[in-house]
Design a protein around this ligand. Structure first.
Ligand code: B4P
Length: 196
């Protein structure tokens, strides 16, 4: 299996690039953001709980998202690889992911981190908020709260993957196609040297 994590702050283009990458590399796309929004749209108890956190710019509790990922991995037993989009976001989630993959005798092959300035991120998120109806994208205060959570809880887990030499930063500003090309180059290079 070839497992990839797309890493980066809110609005860095993880969702946008994931859609293109899963098509090209035939990976199963696991976006915790999309899974949570589906639960919210279906008004499930999990969705109602998650909405409270998302609306405030906070992370949904670890046990909720880890449980979701666990059951998704179970549903795709024959997958040739996964693209994790927006997961892991905390140290506990990163540890849980390592454990779940090792049970499948697998691991993370590569973490690609999209680098985008905060000014550009705010612009993109407010712009998406105009049409998406996403409550977490319309209020600039909530957007800044999401950046604070990212800097405190998510950014530090990059160290774990840097130690394993599985981490690479990618310039996340420019056209969607330019960024996609940079991501593909990094993936192709890693695939050549990865036994799976
Ligand atoms: P997510 O759904 O993961 O979303 P995101 O971080 O806001 O956005 P992403 O980086 O995917 O940006 P996109 O491509 O859409 O998370 C939402 C919330 O769910 C979190 O805040 C949290 O509360 C909760 N959650 C999710 N996962 C969790 C976890 N593991 N643990 C706990 N809680 C969790 O791009 C953004 C915009 O930019 C789009 O409008 C796009 O069109 C535009 N754009 C993209 N690329 C561009 C480019 N190159 N140039 C210009 N614009 C671009």
């Amino acid at each position: 299996m070839f497992n990839l994590i797309l890493f980066g702050p809110p609005g860095s283009g993880k969702g946008t690039q994931s859609e293109k990458l899963v098509e090209k590399y035939r990976l199963v796309h696991l976006s915790t953001g999309n899974l949570l929004r589906e639960e919210i749209a279906n008004k499930t108890p999990l969705g109602l709980e998650a909405k409270n956190f998302i609306d405030k710019g906070q992370l949904v509790p670890d046990e909720v998202v880890i449980g979701m990922i666990d059951s998704c991995l179970d549903h795709h037993k024959a997958a040739s690889g996964f693209l994790f989009d927006g997961f892991p976001r905390t140290a506990a989630q990163a540890q849980a992911l390592d454990k779940l993959l090792s049970l499948k005798k697998s691991e993370i092959a590569l973490v690609l981190a999209l680098e985008v300035s905060e000014e550009e991120l705010v612009k993109r998120l407010l712009n998406r908020g105009k049409t998406s109806g996403r409550s977490d994208d319309t209020n600039e205060k909530i957007i800044h709260q999401r950046f604070t959570v990212y800097n405190n809880e998510t950014a530090p887990i990059a160290e774990h993957y840097k130690k394993l030499k599985r981490f690479q930063s990618i310039k996340g500003e420019g056209s969607v196609e330019e960024i996609f090309d940079s991501l593909c180059q990094a993936i192709d290079k890693r695939m050549k040297n990865f036994a799976y």
